[in-house]
Design a protein around this ligand. Structure first.
Ligand SMILES: [Fe+2]
Ligand SMILES: [Fe+2]
Length: 159
């Protein structure tokens, strides 16, 4: 997991995590912090193992760690975070020794993590599902004012 340690120690990555934390200080809904990204990574890895999809562990963790990293820009500038996160993933992942093909796979999954158009796009669907499954709606005090639809909300713990 050397390349994942590289991401966690990356200067821009750390700065953006901090910016997310500051931007969400008063947020009553789900946060987009490091815990969330690691939850997504671990759930995606469990799904990967259970389904024998065989995706590389570092690839899964890289996509999960990067997918919400620019959420702060959405609050501050109105830039949709799936687009800005895919953009910044390019340079961060390249500097952490991911190759062009791996970067493209991660960027595609990040672009689709909010709205999955094709279930057959398996790596993107892995990130999408893990992201949704990570949320503990059944414990959430802001559930009644959340904009997630009833069918999207998690009613029990799955992973
Ligand atoms: Fe997101
Ligand atoms: Fe997320």
């Amino acid at each position: 997991m050397e390349r994942i340690s590289n991401i966690l120690n990356n200067k821009v990555f750390k700065e953006y995590l901090k910016r997310n934390e500051i931007a969400e200080k008063e947020r009553v809904f789900c946060k987009h912090n490091l815990n969330h990204s690691i939850d997504v990574a671990r759930i995606a890895y469990i799904l990967n193992l259970e389904n024998k999809w065989g995706y590389d562990k570092e690839l899964i963790y890289a996509a999960a760690l990067m997918h919400d990293i620019t959420k702060w820009r959405q609050y501050e500038e109105g830039v949709p975070h799936h687009i800005s996160a895919a953009e910044i993933a390019d340079s961060i992942l390249a500097s952490c020794k991911f190759n062009d093909n791996e970067i493209e796979i991660c960027k595609n999954a990040i672009m689709k993590h909010r709205k999955l158009e094709d279930e057959n796009d398996s790596f993107a669907s892995l990130l999408y599902k893990a992201d949704k499954l990570s949320r503990l709606c059944f414990l959430c005090e802001a559930k009644d004012i959340c904009n997630w639809s009833q069918e999207k909300m998690n009613e029990k713990l799955v992973y």
